[in-house]
Design a binder for this molecule. Structure first.
Ligand code: CTP
Ligand code: CA
Length: 224
């Protein structure tokens, strides 16, 4: 843990964090999902709380428990997360979008279970794009609000990873982008994380590797 965590340097700051992975309903018993466990987002919430912040966690389908001391809004789909984040953002000073939001959702949600008999040998799903929560929060940003996004990338080449990150932060309009390599034992579901943080000019401002709590504290060092 960084030394800053003992300083209560975030005392009274209102921090809003999204965590987990959204599930996009297909019918009453099925969804499309992703491999996010919510560990990094929950670690951010715990670390911010330990540093004195007022924390609100918007949580989607977490695989890890949340300490009862953290105010949590439970959501499931991207549309639900969008609504919860837009509402909570009104009183947040810092917003961290650590959640893995589904980019697409099934265009229609069947009222009854999809039956093989009605479908046949191949099932084609039509998906529609979800709203970009981070981009819309950035566009609606209130004065003085600090907004931090994550980027989940499978790119293994360091230079190409940075290029992707720079393009992504300029699309999103947030203040910082935490680039997180995922896949093959990195990122999703793991205990440790390795991240590179870019500012809005695409400059590397921080690099961190270690437990998700230590990575969380490095990210929180940006707020100050
Ligand atoms: N995000 C969001 N709303 C979406 C999709 C993503 O708020 N509908 C947020 C994520 O929470 C993350 C950031 O945007 O903080 C980047 O997500 P990522 O999946 O890496 O980027 P995308 O813009 O969705 O691009 P792609 O998946 O094609 O790389
Ligand atoms: Ca995405």
């Amino acid at each position: 843990e960084s030394a800053a965590s003992a300083l209560h340097d975030l005392t009274g700051r209102r921090v809003l964090i999204s965590a987990g992975g959204t599930r996009e309903p297909l019918d009453p018993v099925r969804f499309l999902g992703n491999r996010s466990s919510g560990k990094q987002g929950v670690a951010l919430a715990q670390a911010a709380l330990a540093r004195g912040a007022h924390v609100t966690l918007v949580a989607a389908n977490l695989e890890v428990p949340v300490p009862t001391s953290i105010t949590t809004v439970m959501v499931s789909s991207a549309l639900e997360m969008h609504e919860a984040m837009a509402l909570a953002a009104e009183s947040a000073e810092v917003i961290i979008m650590a959640a893995a939001v589904a980019d697409y959702r099934p265009k229609t949600v069947q009222l009854g279970k999809i039956k093989k008999e009605d479908v046949g040998n191949t099932l084609t799903l039509e998906l529609v794009k979800n709203p970009d929560i981070l981009a819309s929060l950035s566009a609606a940003r209130r004065r003085g609000q600090l907004i931090i996004g994550f980027a989940a990338e499978t790119e293994t080449d360091a230079d190409r990873l940075l290029t992707l990150g720079r393009a992504k932060i300029s699309r999103k309009g947030c203040d910082y982008l935490v680039i997180n390599r995922v896949g093959q034992g990195a990122g999703f579901g793991t205990e440790r994380n390795t991240v590179t943080v870019l500012d809005r000019h695409g400059v590397i401002v921080n690099e961190a590797s270690g437990s998700k709590v230590s990575v969380a504290n490095c990210i929180l060092d940006l707020i100050g």
